[in-house]
Ligand binder design. Sequence first.
Ligand code: COA
Length: 140
Amino acid sequence: MQVADLPRVVEVEQRIYAFPWTEGNFRDAILSGYDGAVLEFGGVLVGYRVMMFGPGEAHLLNLSIAGDWQRRGFGRRLLLASIHDARRVAAATMFLEVRPSNAAGIALYEATGFRRIGVRKGYYPDEGGREDAWVMSLPL
Ligand SMILES: CC(C)(COP(=O)(O)OP(=O)(O)OC[C@H]1O[C@@H](n2cnc3c(N)ncnc32)[C@H](O)[C@@H]1OP(=O)(O)O)[C@@H](O)C(=O)NCCC(=O)NCCS
């Protein structure tokens, strides 16, 4: 993911999330050295991910597939590529947060081997309040 990708990334982000990352959030992530990647199919941006590496661990901060391209295996493919990239930098564990209401995300993560290891109370903004996050991890 490059800064030049951000208009396309943000267009997808705004369509698929009620509380999307802003262009500034993505820009800060890239400029901070986080590992961003876009997935293109026939020149069309179908998805993207942002991952942060720390000592011995990888933290998946954003994994998204454009609405028109969901349920075609792209999310799994991007997640498996992210796991591969995390292994290449010798991370031992991969972490992520997901909304408990996000059945599609949880199904994908569980099918890939992630397990719930904790809950962050009120982590996400939500209509009229906050929603918890499930913290999930995968040993690499
Ligand atoms: C969650 C998301 C990344 C999944 O990507 P996708 O390309 O649609 O998913 P895939 O086609 O690769 O599906 C892989 C597996 O995920 C699960 N899954 C995906 N969509 C699902 C849905 N709507 N309901 C239930 N399970 C679903 C299934 O286990 C599926 O395997 P199967 O097709 O063999 O049943 C995508 O729906 C998305 O970007 N959603 C909006 C953003 C989001 O919620 N991101 C995750 C935030 S933590």
